[in-house]
Design a protein around this ligand. Sequence first.
Ligand code: IPE
Ligand code: IPE
Ligand code: MG
Length: 249
Amino acid sequence: MSILDQIELSNTPEHIAIIMDGNGRWAQQQGENRLFGHNFGVESVREALKASQDLGVKFLTLYAFSTENWNRPQEEVDGLMNLLVTTIGNEVDELHESNVIISTIGNMAGLPKSCQDKLAEASSKTKNNTGVNLVLALNYSAQWEIVEVVKDIVKDVSNGVLSVENICKETISSNLTTSGIPDPELLIRTSGEHRVSNFLLWQIAYSEFHFTDVLWPDFKKEDLYKAVLDYQSRERRFGRVSAQIENNR
Ligand code: IPE
Ligand code: IPE
Ligand code: MG
């Protein structure tokens, strides 16, 4: 039986988030420079997207560039920014045809103007589509995002728009850049690293984590199916005990 056939389609995650890691090590294994790996990683984005479409996943969030990634050698940073602009330019029509909605999370104002323009164009072109939401995390860090939320809340309190007693979980989640996006049920990280690297800290409070040793440029549709199968083998208890869970596996 193929992996896809083993997946229970009525119990797939609505939102999958991926920390796409391992491009540099993959390139090194091929005796190539790091940008070669990033270029190949684009093919894996296509694979992950197609697999999400197959499974009826509604949101696919990809960690593509963290706030900390600015600390890489300038040549790599420039290469990544160029890759982003070229890839969006090359892919937007096909993504639009396949009904994908393109959006972003992160500090867009900190990206080069050419990237901001391409992303804004892609998101406005695809905003009325009804298929998978492809959310690109760019110049993103969860701690940055939380600091911004704190500032917004403090402003609202000092302007008298919000009272301290009324601050609740919803106040925070609705001010995050992921506002309106359900929390990911499943977080995948490739390349054998077992860390979160400043990704979606608030939103992954109850996510299931799937770690794979596969390097991102080697990631195929089957790897996403495997992650979903692993997710479906988990019992999500949300603090309760096993006996309280319906459809106990
Ligand atoms: C992930 O691959 C891509 C980005 C962070 C932009 P890396 O470039 O981190 O690859 P490794 O971890 O060095 O192998
Ligand atoms: C996390 O990968 C960021 C992205 C995938 C965009 P890194 O390769 O930058 O993470 P660390 O530095 O190894 O934790
Ligand atoms: Mg890495």
